[in-house]
Write a protein that binds this ligand. Sequence first.
Ligand SMILES: C[S@@+](CC[C@H](N)C(=O)[O-])C[C@H]1O[C@@H](n2cnc3c(N)ncnc32)[C@H](O)[C@@H]1O
Length: 216
Amino acid sequence: MNSIISYPDRGPWGDAKWRGNMSGHVMRDLFLQLKPQTFVDCMVGSGTSVQVANEMGILGVGLDLHQGFNAVNDSILNAVGYQSDLVFSHPPYGSMIRYAGHVWSGATEAQMAADLSQCSSDAEFHEKMQAVLLNQRDATKPGMFYGTLIGDYRQNGRYVSYQAEMIARMPSDELAAVIIKAQHNCTSDSRSYANLKLPRIVHEMRFCGKRSRSQC
Ligand SMILES: C[S@@+](CC[C@H](N)C(=O)[O-])C[C@H]1O[C@@H](n2cnc3c(N)ncnc32)[C@H](O)[C@@H]1O
C-alpha cells in the first residue's frame, strides 16, 4: 500500500445509501497490510468495516451511537472486553452530515447531545475527537494500531482541517502513517462553484498511530 489511495468503487459492503459511508476497499487493504486478528470500529455506521473484517476471518466488533454507544465517554475497552489489534473510527466530518435524528431516526435526547455531527463549535468537536482517539488507544494492544479516516471541511470561506487538529492532539511519538484518500461520489460533486478561487476538497486523510509498548 502506498500513501495515496483511491477506490472509485465502494464494493458490496455496508449500505450504499448510508450518507457518508466509506468504500470497503479502504478497510480491506488496511487489513491486508496490518494483518490484525481482532478489530473494532467505534463508529461503524452501516457496518462496512465489520463486514469486510468478518469476510477476511478477522474478529470484528462494531459500535455506534445509533446502538447507544458514545465513543467520547463510554470505554471501548469495557464494551469489547479485550484489547484489539486495530481500533478504528470514521467520524462525522463536523456538521457536514447530521446523523442522530437525520441519517438515523429514533434518537434519544442523550444521543442527540452526544452526536459528534451536532457539536456546537469546531473547538468542541476537536476536544471530543481527542477523547475518542485516546479511548481508541486505550482499547489497542501495546505495539498495535489505532486510526481514523476523516475529511477536511470548508464552509463560508473558512477551512477546518479535522485531521490536522487530531494529529496535533495525539501522542506525537505514536504517529505511524498518514494516507491521502481520493474522495468519490460526494453530494458536492454535482454543485457548481463558479466563484471558488481555492481548490475544491476532493480528498480525505487516514492516519494510524502505533501504540507504544508500555501500557501507559
Ligand atoms: C461517517 S459515519 C460512519 C460510516 C461508516 N464507516 C459506513 O461505512 O457506514 C459516522 C458515524 O459516527 C456515528 N457517531 C456520531 N457520534 C458518535 C459518538 N459520539 N459515538 C459513536 N458514534 C458516533 C454516527 O452515528 C455515524 O454512524
